[in-house]
Ligand binder design. Structure first.
Ligand SMILES: Cc1ncc(C[n+]2csc(CCOP(=O)(O)OP(=O)(O)O)c2C)c(N)n1
Length: 598
């Protein structure tokens, strides 16, 4: 990006005055609003962090110092100021939605999942100390993400570090996706303003720079801790033993400048707490408390209206059913980890306040917490995105399945998710869940099967094992019943809406087995052994998931005919729309049907 013919980068910003910094911010705001209005994306978080990003690039060199943004969803301004054109963000083969090392050397990590930045930054800072590299390490983390257990584990270790140039920028906008939940958020809002203290420390350090005044500095130094105690009230960080300063206005260049110049001179890790306004500069986003503008599809800038009208998804059907369950079953408790909005569960949370719990970004906890409820006779329903369920593997194995607990998991965004790219594809859950004994996984292909399944919700809680219902986020289409053609010597084994679509395209020539229950898999032995060719089709998971399960089953049944597997590769899959990605891997129902009936 350029201003008056000059490239805006670290060198430019380093010499820029406040007026110029404001001009740059305004250019960035307009650019981000424009691009997100076309491509969709994380609008509010990006607008709120512009002044902080501009200042970080002014006071630090993003190609020498290590700046690590947590999650990476708020890096649009950083991407632009480190030389990237974000026009293609979230598109097939375009700029990544989160940080990406492949894309730019200033990105130090490929992320997407939250709360990793403190551990990464600590590891990097320690490595640099061992190497004798004295560049800075800066972790930028939001108030939502810092409340996660992983971040706390890192803080626990950071508290013990001395002589380590590690700066933690806490970007506190009082929101996760929606209004923050949990006690940590409350604690942050109570932290006493200590700007006065910082201002004086900065002046105090300046005195030391003047030889003639150094004696004042020496006298005052001994009383520094006394003043610190008065002006900095104890808080979570200082109680742990980590230096803390703030809160500062994170949308004011002056206040950020004070804080950053102060922190640059420190020897030990410090938390700088900034208050910012999520959505700043775009009125609709600025007023949003629900999370509507956190991650948004294309919209009209003037009216704020979405360009693509809301299409119904299976998520809506499931949300209605969960509402019914909460109405009918007084023991049902709904648990969500910071994704109430995305899982369309706001109405449940509004009307059943006592039995709906948003634990914040705490997926592991949400699962073990559900075990506690189940052990006391309650009926937990855990709504969790497939990609974030990855964090809960041990909790499912150790605290749920091993305990033989009947917990219902609603696995949102199962399968390809599209624009959010490789960190968010929900294509691995089936593969890892099936390794855990006592699990049962469903992936209904149509609305009526999903409704039937959830109508019998009591079974899930009476069972001695957890049940996972996968919910994919494709546009709902009519899914007519498939005719099973037992006479054909060729059999298609598949599931899901796209599987149903393929089945309809080839049902005249193939026998079809639609598996709504995808694990453990039951297939009739005689039916299998009567076939010459078996096709396995899974566009909602990697090969080591459903396809592998079918292959093992066929082997156990003694099948020796021809087998063809069509499934997603065991790879990381970047952004693109779901249909573009299916086409890219030749896995859309139309392409596969052509191979099968040529
Ligand atoms: C492990 C994990 N859970 C959930 C999410 C989804 N998510 C993305 S950003 C976000 C909110 C983060 O809040 P905060 O750290 O306060 O940053 P802000 O967007 O408010 O700047 C959430 C929940 C995620 N990326 N990773």
């Amino acid at each position: 990006m350029e201003l008056k013919g000059q490239k805006i980068d670290h060198n430019f910003l380093n010499n820029a005055d406040e007026k110029t910094l404001k001009e740059v911010s305004s250019l960035l705001r307009n650019k981000i609003i424009d691009v997100v209005s076309k491509n969709g994306g994380h609008l509010s978080s990006n607008l709120g962090i512009i002044e902080l990003t501009v200042s970080l690039i002014k006071y630090f060199d993003p190609f020498k110092d290590d700046i690590i943004f947590d999650v990476g969803h708020q890096t649009y301004a950083f991407k632009i100021l480190t030389g990237r054109n974000i026009e293609s963000i979230r598109k097939l083969d375009g700029i990544a939605p989160f940080s990406s090392r492949e894309e730019c050397l200033a990105d130090r990590i490929d992320n997407g999942h939250s709360s990793t930045s403190l551990s990464i930054a600590l590891g990097m800072a320690l490595a640099k100390k061992l190497k004798g590299d004295d560049s800075y390490t800066i972790a930028v983390i939001g108030d939502g993400s810092i409340s996660n257990g992983l971040a706390f584990e890192a803080l626990n270790q950071i508290a013990l570090q001395k002589n380590l140039k590690l700066i933690i920028i806490l970007n506190d906008n009082e929101m996760s996706i929606s209004k923050n939940s949990g006690s940590f958020a409350k604690t942050l809002s109570k932290i006493r303003t200590s700007g006065f203290y910082l201002k004086n420390v900065v002046s105090f350090k300046k005195i030391n720079e003047h030889k003639s005044l150094r004696w004042i500095y020496i006298c005052l130094r001994s009383t520094k801790n006394f003043f610190k105690k008065i002006f900095v009230a104890p808080n979570l960080f200082s109680s742990l033993g980590i230096d803390y300063n703030g809160p500062f206005d994170g949308n004011s260049f002056k206040s950020i400048a004070n804080a950053l110049t102060f922190a640059k001179n420190l020897k030990n890790p410090i938390v700088l707490h900034f208050k910012t306004k999520k959505g700043l500069g775009y009125s609709y986003a600025q007023e949003d408390e629900q999370g509507y503008w956190h991650g948004i599809g294309p919209f009209d800038i003037k009216t704020g209206e979405k360009i693509n009208p809301n299409v119904p998804h299976m998520t809506d059907i499931v949300a209605e059913k969960v509402y019914e369950i909460l109405q009918k079953d007084q023991k049902a408790v709904l648990i969500c980890s910071a994704m109430v909005w995305g899982a369309h569960l706001s109405k449940c949370f509004k009307d059943f306040k006592e039995r709906t719990i948003d634990v914040g970004i705490a997926e592991e906890h949400s699962i073990t917490f559900a075990s506690g409820l189940a052990l006391k006779g309650y009926h937990p329903i855990v709504s969790i995105y497939s990609t974030f369920l990855q964090r809960g593997y041990d909790e499912i194995l150790h605290d749920v399945a091993r305990q033989k607990l009947g917990i219902l998991f609603l696995v949102e965004r199962a399968g390809l998710v599209g624009a959010d790219g490789s960190s968010h594809q929900g294509i691995y859950d089936n593969a890892f869940l099936k390794t855990i004994p006592n699990t049962c996984i469903y992936h209904p292909e149509n609305v009526s099967k999903m409704k039937n399944l959830l109508d019998n919700y009591q079974n899930f809680f009476e069972n001695k094992f957890p049940t996972f219902i996968r919910i994919s986020h494709e546009k709902l289409e009519d899914c007519p019943e498939v005719i099973e053609n037992y006479k054909s010597k060729k059999l298609l084994i598949t599931y899901g809406q796209e599987g149903n679509k393929l089945a309809k395209l080839i049902e005249n020539k193939y026998d079809i087995y639609m598996a709504s229950k995808i694990h453990p898999l039951y297939i009739d032995k005689d039916r299998i052994l009567s076939k010459k060719m078996i096709i396995i089709y899974d566009c909602y998971g990697v090969k080591s998931g459903f396809a592998e399960e079918v292959l093992i089953k066929l082997n156990e049944l003694g099948y020796s005919g021809e087998i063809k597997v069509y499934a997603l590769p065991d790879e990381f899959i970047s952004s693109g729309t779901i249909s573009e990605l299916l086409k890219k891997y030749n896995l859309d129902a139309d392409s596969v049907s052509k191979f099968l009936i040529k």
